[in-house]
Design a protein around this ligand. Structure first.
Ligand SMILES: Cc1cc2nc3c(=O)[nH]c(=O)nc-3n(C[C@H](O)[C@H](O)[C@H](O)COP(=O)(O)O)c2cc1C
Length: 180
């Protein structure tokens, strides 16, 4: 079994990465590949409309790893920026529009692999994660990942006061995760 972690934090040793590392330690039987999205520099969709007439996306970058769809677990991990996931994560999400355009204009169905979704959010405490949650749920839906918010949502939303590494609830939440 293998998993893909999309890490939307610009920090390799920040709050979000602390949690992804704890997750990898707990599920050390699973082979995880972690993409640090700020380093991968995945471009935003620019509505070039290539995918209206052609299969796939015209932009060639690390998005190929996501399009390859060869993983059983999808982890979306992001700090909250202005109530939402970070711009680097949002770039990835815009590129999923290709699936919609290919289906609508070309009648191309992708039948993506069924996977388990896990969401990790961190926040300083200045805002509610409503928009980030909605965006994550949309992403899981497009990529055919089952996401159970009651078991597979790990969060640390007061990092201004308590760093994720001192947040006692993280391990409990990670222990609660169910992988199908
Ligand atoms: C530009 C910016 C916007 C932010 N917006 C929010 C927000 O809306 N709500 C919130 O709770 N925290 C917000 N934060 C705080 C970060 O989510 C928080 O510091 C987080 O722990 C950073 O995670 P990291 O160490 O993995 O990068 C914001 C931080 C930055 C830099």
């Amino acid at each position: 079994m293998n998993g893909l972690i999309l890490n939307g934090s610009p920090h390799r040793s920040g709050d979000t990465s602390y949690i992804t590392n704890r997750l990898k330690e707990k599920f050390n039987n699973i082979e995880f590949k972690e993409l640090f999205l700020y380093e991968e520099n995945i471009k935003s969709c620019i509505d070039c409309r290539y995918c209206w007439k052609n299969e796939g996306c015209n932009i060639k970058d690390s998005m190929e790893i996501i399009y390859k769809d060869d993983y059983d677990i999808l982890v979306l991990a992001s700090p909250i920026y202005m109530y939402n996931m970070t711009p680097a994560m949002f770039n990835v999400i815009t590129r999923l529009n290709m699936y919609w355009s290919n289906k609508y204009f070309l009648k191309k169905e992708y039948n993506l692999k069924k996977k388990t979704g896990i969401l990790i959010l961190t926040g300083g405490g200045n805002g509610k994660p409503k928009h980030a949650l909605e965006m994550a749920e949309l992403t899981f839906k497009i990529l055919n990942a089952d996401f159970n918010i009651n078991t597979n949502y790990v969060y640390s939303l007061h990092t201004n006061e308590i760093n994720a590494k001192d947040d006692k609830n993280i391990d409990k939440m990670i222990n609660n995760i169910k992988i199908n």
